[in-house]
Design a protein around this ligand. Structure first.
Ligand SMILES: Cc1ncc(COP(=O)(O)O)c(C=O)c1O
Length: 381
């Protein structure tokens, strides 16, 4: 039986039908420019503000702390540049395994000479060395710690409260790229002491091109995009109204039963781990796999060496299994993963990232396992 299975949900997720339903009337009728003062403008302005209130309610923060953006990259950029330009940060402490939205932004800032960048040690599973973080925080400079909540390639989770406590102890600002965890874990921003977190709606069945930056009311953000007074002057340009409405609807759906989704998806991930161990005695996994240390939607598998390593993703794609891989450097086709490099992973073994969503079924996993086993049956060296 041939079928198609989508197991690349960390890259992006299919949009939920309820989200599309919420967006269509806005596309049809809500065309007014939210900055216009007439009826059409007031109508769409109200949609944006209702969305902002709904998002804030889910996160237990104030609506004024949510700045809508085009997604995760823009929000991450804004957090870093705001820290340097508005908060007087001269030292950014981050890691070598951040998403490029943070890593390349930190590099650009270092290159401009506006702040220096230090990289905290991470171990072979992608866990941040908290003693090393404390050592870096000792510098006495005004620092921003920017560490992602969950790694998008290897799933390892950051102990957010411990990092927050360290930042406060040393008077440092704290930004976390929460793009992979927003919509998948509960955030209580009255309880979690943090300055900036980020969101991209397309990672939890919302539309692409819509996200936000949470800016703690105690700190100040700066516009990256200059123009009109939209988003209280922090993000010029006519708002992506239907994207924002879709984002708020996706948040509502994600948090309606977040524990239920977590249980269901974690169950599939654990099942896949067990089945892979049964089929391949020397299988290994990159990053953490324990449910309390690892993002439940991502599983990064390190397969045994095979002569067809370079063809693995291609073969799976041919069989209808959509996944992604990081260490394709051996094929010469793409650059190797900076994350796998950052944890000194064995790059001679083929690796595949399987990532799941609440729409993933056991049938999908079984089909993927069947195709994976077929690839390896005749090719183990
Ligand atoms: C951890 C992380 N940060 C940031 C981003 C960038 O988000 P966007 O594609 O919405 O700009 C992604 C998306 O791939 C991500 O996984």
């Amino acid at each position: 039986m041939s079928m198609r299975v989508y197991l690349d949900n960390a890259a992006t997720t299919p949009i939920a039908p309820e989200v599309i339903e919420a967006m269509i009337p806005v596309m049809n009728e809500g065309f007014g420019n939210p900055s216009s003062t007439h009826f059409y403008g007031r109508q769409t302005k109200a949609l944006i503000e209702t969305s902002r209130r709904n998002v804030a309610k889910v996160l237990n923060c104030q609506p004024s702390e949510i700045i809508f953006t085009s997604g995760g990259t823009e929000a991450d950029n804004m957090a870093l540049y705001s820290s340097v330009h508005q908060l007087g940060v001269t030292h950014i402490i981050t890691s070598s395994i951040e998403h490029h939205a943070v890593g390349h932004t930190a590099e650009a800032i270092a290159h401009s000479g506006e702040a220096k960048v230090s990289y905290v040690k991470v171990n072979e599973k992608g866990n941040v060395d908290l003693a090393d973080l404390e050592r870096l925080l000792h510098s006495g400079e005004k620092s921003l710690v920017s560490l992602m909540h969950a790694n998008n390639e290897i799933s390892t989770l950051l102990p957010m409260k411990k990092v927050s406590a360290l930042c406060r102890k040393y008077n440092a600002y704290f930004h976390s790229d929460t793009v992979q965890t927003m919509g998948h874990y509960v955030f209580d921003l009255k309880d979690l002491d943090i300055d900036f977190i980020t969101c991209a709606a397309h990672k939890f069945h919302g539309p692409k091109g819509a996200g936000f930056l949470y800016v703690n009311k105690k700190v100040k953000a700066e516009a990256l995009i200059h123009g009109g007074a939209q988003e209280r002057g922090l993000r010029g340009g006519t708002e992506n109204v239907y994207g924002i409405v879709g984002l708020a609807k996706a948040m509502e759906l994600a948090y309606e039963d977040v524990e239920g989704h977590q249980r269901q998806v974690q169950g599939l991930k654990s099942y896949m781990i067990e089945e892979l161990k049964r089929s391949f005695p020397d299988i290994a996994f990159h990053g953490e796999t324990d449910s309390d240390r690892s993002l439940y939607t991502v599983l990064n598998v390190c397969f045994p060496r095979t002569e067809k390593a370079g063809m693995l993703l291609f073969t799976l794609d041919l069989k209808g299994v959509a996944v992604s891989g990081g260490s394709a450097c051996s094929s010469g086709a793409t650059k190797g993963s900076h994350v796998l490099e950052g944890i000194s992973a064995d790059m001679t073994r083929p690796n595949v990232r399987f990532s799941f969503s609440r729409y993933t079924t056991k049938m999908d996993i079984d089909y993927a396992l069947e195709q994976v086993r077929a690839v390896f049956e005749k090719t183990l060296v």
